[in-house]
Write a protein that binds this ligand. Structure first.
Ligand code: GLV
Ligand code: MN
Ligand code: MN
Length: 413
């Protein structure tokens, strides 16, 4: 039996349903933010499935979770596949989780088909991909690729001031796993990540598989505007230093400056905090986040300068600053992996198209370590980062079939 034939659509679908209970929301989505109790529960569930299949499981100093099926050459670097199990606060059941479960399904299919590979094949769940609780996102894979970032990652604080190191310790206490000693990171032969597309192109073009060629560059910023608390009922306009009013002026100018003619630049203000948060006090502080993306790093540079200019010119009378907290350049995936994904999709008679990714993924960091690529499957109406996110069991299984064939071939190279 081939690996692809051993993929079980029902098993993969049921695993999604089981995981969706952990942090499940009333609207059918999930709230399973990084290093929360729900994240720990997902780790325990994955570990229980791994143990039942006799796969080795271990974690590292940033909490990445690895499940390994041995190869015949114990010294060979593994072929790796995976994604993340954390979600947005109002997230869907498939973003990230599909990549982890497709990788696990690939391990099970290889096992069921009794396929021996030369290299070990590993499934991985990277810590904190979403970056909605702790900044920056794609943290576990970034630290794996550049272990010197571990200290900064452990010191990250969530919006309530909880330090990541403490949240990680609590998670590993609730979900204890064997710890790989030393700094994160080890040699990987190649990496392939499966993911829902999170956009509408595959569905519109009636294709089952997206052969992912690249990921656009992304940057995040925090803008902080300082004002002065004052009485809302008595303070005349001239005497006000209203931090939110200044933030709103800055934001309005930024939306205008980032509205490009070809609708390629992506600009989002996704979080605004206003302090002290009282209806009848003029805000003394406003803080907001910016997420900005484009395939060209030059275009991002150019717009970054515009954002800085706007903060400098529109904030008066409030002091304001803009701080860049992430800068991930655009990623081009490895041509041999891209060709292999396309060839395996064709061999399985699955309609496919080449496409870049608008969303960020852990693969963008691992691509700096080894040949890497991605496989997309359609999601309903392209909806993602939304509790209504949905995908069909058949498409999810199709992606897993391509994945297992690609991994098997890479694991014998
Ligand atoms: C990942 O969730 C992203 O924001 O691209
Ligand atoms: Mn994701
Ligand atoms: Mn996401």
């Amino acid at each position: 039996m081939s690996g692809a034939n051993a993929v079980k659509e029902d098993r993969l679908w049921q695993r999604h349903a089981d995981m969706a209970k952990l942090g499940g929301t009333a609207k059918g989505g999930v709230n399973r933010q990084a290093l929360s109790a729900e994240d720990a529960a997902a780790r325990n569930l994955l570990a229980s499935w791994a143990k039942a299949r006799g796969f080795e499981i271990f974690t590292d100093a940033i909490g990445n979770l690895f499940v390994q099926r041995p190869g015949s050459d114990a010294k060979a670097a593994p072929v790796m596949s995976g994604s993340h199990m954390d979600s947005q606060p109002t997230g869907g059941r498939f973003d990230g989780m599909y990549g982890v479960l497709a990788a696990f399904e690939a391990l099970e299919a290889l096992e069921d088909a009794r396929i021996r590979t030369r290299r070990p094949v590993m499934a991985v769940a990277w810590t904190n991909e979403e970056g909605s609780r702790f900044q920056p996102g794609a943290m576990g894979s970034a630290v794996f690729a550049r272990p010197e970032r571990l200290g900064d990652a452990l010191a990250a604080k969530d919006w309530d001031g909880v330090v990541l190191k403490d949240a990680l310790a609590a998670t590993l206490k609730a979900a204890p796993m064997p710890m790989r000693s030393g700094a994160p990171g080890f040699p990987v032969a190649s990496y392939v990540e499966a993911h829902i597309e999170q956009g509408p192109r595959l569905e519109n073009e009636k294709k089952t598989i997206g052969v992912v060629t690249a990921i656009q560059g992304s940057r995040r910023y925090i803008v902080t505007v300082e004002g002065e608390e004052a009485h809302a009922g008595t303070t005349p306009r001239a005497a006000r230093k209203d931090a939110f009013a200044a933030a709103a002026r800055i934001a309005a100018a930024m939306y205008e400056a980032t509205t490009d003619a070809d609708d390629t630049l992506r600009f989002t203000i996704g979080r605004v905090d206003v302090a002290p948060g009282s209806p009848n006090t003029v805000p003394g502080k406003a803080v907001f986040t910016i997420d900005m993306r484009h395939p060209s790093n030059d275009v991002l540079d150019e717009h970054e300068k515009k954002l800085e200019g706007i903060v400098a010119s529109r904030a008066a009378p409030c002091p304001a600053r803009i701080e860049r907290i992430t800068n991930v350049g655009s990623t081009d995936f490895d041509l041999t992996v891209i060709d292999l994904v396309r060839a395996k999709a064709n061999a399985l008679n699955l309609s496919n198209m080449d496409m870049p990714s608008g969303a960020g993924h852990d693969a963008m960091h691992i691509a700096r370590l080894c040949p890497a690529g991605m496989i997309f499957v359609p999601c309903e109406r392209g909806v993602s980062h939304n509790e209504a996110e949905n995908a069909s069991p058949a498409d999810l299984a199709a992606g897993a079939r391509v994945l297992v064939e690609v991994l098997e071939e890479l694991a014998n190279r």
